[in-house]
Design a binder for this molecule. Structure first.
Ligand code: NAP
Length: 454
């Protein structure tokens, strides 16, 4: 894919970028390695000050960064502002808590002194997606840099200006050059970069094929990888639930980021007795959503990021319908304007529809009717993915069952799945492995060194 900015709301090609050649990549890796050898000796105080400065810049210039995201990948401007603010938050969170997360841990043994020390690994490669072009990067960079690592970013090819802006933020904040660099390269270069001796580990957020490819390349070199991949999160609604609240949250949870979020609720699993009522409420809320110019403040849903994503989601909807799904609302691309617009869509669908196990990366909700909680849990788990899950019930026994029996990296009861710097984030099964955020996130890219003194 060419490295370029193409406005998804208009289809206009705005800017193209030359990818780095091999000697430029080599020079940047040298710079990163030299920076690491100095930076690893800096104190937490220094790193915290720099990271808080990053947060200041994000907050001061949030309008500029939000506009860049909206321009390159079509998220609504208001959601882009919220994304920049969340990036500042994760920087401040790790600036404050990293010293405690990485403090030596003393353990009583037969030694006169034994403890665990957390030390940085070196250059960490981050391969990132376009859907949250700032958040995905900062949730990696804040802990990685606080731990004393240096970061190199291979961002998605459709958000190069976001990638360059992020590099610039770290530079202006005072991080020495080489501590955080953007590499404008295509996906084909990733295997060579992870194979380089100077690069010690990698994290990838994106699709399964991309994750599998990076993990294979890293595996050959015995290098650690964290993978945050796709999801088809269930949203379970049981009889005792507050249906109005559930339908309101269901709408936000499905439409987050124009429907292009790994943790968007994608499969709505509702018990038969309340299914008609829930469907009606969901329909009303979907009908009220305004699709249009992502820069406009009253827009709820902007364009999909690329024509391919639009095409893929429509192919999935057609395949679902060909196999018996019914369209309650939506179901066809909006063709009376330029840009990659798809309307809010609800499909009532049966679990044996071959498309039902796929991830829908756009504003399409699949609605399933089930007999009871047993069937709901069974269907929720009947997926290759295991990222998040949201479940709605006021019955405590049911809540306990859902918490323990749902196979996913997170379960939210009576709330929407979301990431929060204070809580670990990640998946199981084909949604990936490893965790980001919280104390678990900062421990992914460190040498957990055991020290034993006689
Ligand atoms: P993608 O195609 O996998 O792209 C993600 C990144 O991987 C891009 O930088 C891309 O570069 C690169 N890439 C693609 N193929 C690669 C390969 N073979 N080897 C190495 N790198 C490669 O993902 P997407 O389709 O844009 O993003 C959507 C997917 O990401 C969805 O499945 C979504 O659920 C998942 N996601 C997961 C999370 C999470 O936290 N679990 C968060 C957000 C998104 P190019 O752009 O140059 O191709």
């Amino acid at each position: 894919m060419a490295i370029a900015t193409i406005n998804p709301a208009t289809g206009e090609l705005l800017k193209t970028f030359e990818p780095l050649n091999d000697s430029e990549i080599g020079a940047k890796l040298n710079l990163a390695q030299a920076a690491f050898l100095k930076y690893r000796n800096t104190s937490f105080e220094v790193r915290s000050r720099l990271l808080n400065k990053v947060a200041d810049i994000l907050e001061e210039d949030k309008d500029k960064f939000a506009k860049l995201m909206t321009l390159e990948m079509g998220k609504t401007y208001k959601s882009a502002i919220a994304e920049v603010e969340k990036c500042a938050l994760v920087c401040r969170y790790y600036a404050e808590h990293a010293p405690q997360f990485l403090a030596d841990v003393y353990v009583d043994t037969d030694a006169s002194q034994s403890f665990v020390r957390y030390q940085p690994l070196g250059i960490i490669l981050a391969v990132m997606p376009w859907n949250f072009p700032f958040w995905q990067v900062f949730r990696f960079a804040a802990p990685a840099l606080m731990a004393g690592n240096v970061g190199i970013l291979k961002h998605a090819s459709n958000v190069p200006q976001c990638a360059l802006a992020i590099e610039e933020i770290f530079r202006i904040a005072g991080f020495e050059s080489g501590i955080f660099q953007t590499f404008l390269v295509g996906a084909a270069k990733v295997a060579d970069i992870i194979a380089d001796d100077r690069v010690k580990a990698a994290t990838l957020t994106g699709s399964e094929p991309a994750g599998a490819s990076l993990a294979a390349a890293a595996g050959k070199q015995i290098k650690k990888v964290v993978l945050e991949l796709g999801g088809s999160d269930p949203f379970i609604v049981l009889e005792s639930a507050d249906l109005e609240a559930a339908a309101t949250t269901a709408t936000s949870a499905r439409m987050l980021n124009n429907g292009q979020s790994c943790i968007a609720a994608k499969r709505f699993i509702v018990t038969q007795t309340i299914a008609d009522k829930f469907e009606k409420l969901l329909l009303e809320k979907f009908q009220a959503l305004k699709v249009g110019d992502p820069m406009s403040n009253d827009t709820d849903i902007g364009p999909l990021a690329t024509p391919n994503i639009l095409n893929d989601i429509h192919e999935q909807v057609k395949a679902a319908v060909d196999n018996g799904a019914k369209v309650v609302i939506g179901g066809n691309p909006i063709n009376n304007q330029p840009g990659n617009f798809y309307p809010p869509t609800i499909l009532t669908i049966s679990p044996d529809n071959p498309v039902a196990k796929e991830e829908f990366f756009g504003p399409v909700a699949m609605l399933f009717r089930v007999k009871d909680i047993d069937a709901a849990i069974e269907l929720a788990n009947d997926t290759p993915f295991g990222l998040g899950a949201s479940a709605w019930t006021t019955d405590e026994t049911e809540q306990k069952r859902l918490i323990s029996e749902i196979e996913a990296g997170s379960v939210f009861i009576n709330g929407m799945v979301k990431s929060d710097p204070r809580l670990p984030f990640g998946g199981i099964k084909r949604s990936g492995y490893g965790r980001e955020l919280s104390i678990q996130g900062i421990h992914e890219f460190v040498n957990v060194k055991t020290v034993w003194v006689k």
